[in-house]
Ligand binder design. Structure first.
Ligand SMILES: [Zn+2]
Length: 66
């Protein structure tokens, strides 16, 4: 289950630490539990989704963040 993971509102990155206080990618402290779906992006430079989301780092990203 990923449901208790926090997601960054700025870059949509799913946080590796369950009790993260700041985004491990962009450093934002605007994290939320209110998100749905995620995509694993391993090669952002080759991914249309990554380009659309503005993702440059490999990782897990939430599709919907409220
Ligand atoms: Zn972030």
């Amino acid at each position: 289950m990923m449901a208790d993971r926090l997601v960054c509102r700025e870059c949509h990155r799913v946080q590796e630490a369950v009790e993260a206080e700041a985004c491990d990618a962009c450093g934002s402290t605007s994290l939320t539990e209110d998100w749905a779906g995620y995509v694993v992006i391993s090669h952002p430079e080759k991914s249309a989704i990554a380009e659309e989301m503005g993702v440059t780092q490999p990782g897990k990203y939430a599709l919907k963040v409220r």
